[in-house]
Write a protein of this length. Structure first.
Length: 238
């Protein structure tokens, strides 16, 4: 993540600079009024200082290096490790059974394939539950995959099969639809800590406020996380 400081005579001017350089995905971390340094600041009006941030991969055209937020990098790394753990374990297991079955006659190999399918399902089930998937849903997913497991012996095909079935369960994402009667539309952001709820709602709120000229209110029930309320107030002020 890259963090930068912008100045303007008012918040709108600072935001225009942010969007011109960092794009629409930039998020506002803090805003305040400051005096210019030196003698010029004594005789001039305060300016608005806005602290903005954006994921580093979103600003590849920018050559200037900024400080990377250690906490964000750590969280991203942990998520990537979790996502890749299933495929790594499956790769090892597939290679092991592949070497074993290739040396056997045709009929015994077919029997081994069925046994392999059971072994693969056990590995998939363990990885699903280890990644906080409910036991009922894990069993449902595995039972559906078992029907096609003997046809999908390649680790990549198996991973795609698993991903596609989970997408079928979750369904396709829908856009936010505003009410036709003019009454406020309420959108809830619910999820574990650190998954990006605040960042996402800030982007959506900014989109409806700046692009669609809608009145947006941000409400939080998070009184546990440090500075959670203050951070949301900053988004609302901008």
């Amino acid at each position: 993540m890259k963090i930068r400081r912008y100045f303007g005579k008012d918040p709108q001017e600072a935001i225009q600079k942010i969007r011109a350089e960092l794009g629409r995905d930039a998020i506002i971390l803090n805003t305040r009024k400051v005096k210019k340094k030196g003698l010029a600041g004594l005789f001039s009006k305060p300016v608005v200082e806005v602290l903005a941030a954006i994921d580093e991969y979103d600003t590849g055209e920018t050559n200037e290096r900024e400080k990377t937020v250690p906490g964000s990098v750590k969280k991203i790394s942990e998520l990537e490790n979790k996502i890749n753990s299933m495929q790594d374990m499956l790769s090892k297991l597939f290679r092991h059974f592949g070497e074993t079955t290739d040396k056997k006659p045709e009929e015994p190999r077919l029997k081994a394939d069925t046994k392999n399918a059971v072994s693969y399902s056990q590995v998939l089930h363990r990885n699903l539950t280890c990644n906080d998937i409910d036991e009922y849903f894990a069993r449902t997913i595995i039972n559906e995959l078992k029907k096609k497991m003997d046809e999908k012996r390649d680790v990549n095909e198996c991973a795609v099969l698993l991903s596609n079935y989970i997408c079928e369960i979750l369904g396709s994402p829908e856009t936010i639809r505003l009410r036709d009667d003019g009454k406020p539309t309420t959108v809830l952001f619910i999820g574990p800590t650190g998954v990006g709820k605040t960042t996402t709602l800030a982007k959506i709120a900014a989109n409806y406020s700046l692009n669609y000229r809608k009145e947006v209110a941000l409400v939080t029930t998070d009184t546990y996380r440090i500075a959670a309320v203050e951070q949301l107030k900053t988004y609302a002020d901008i």
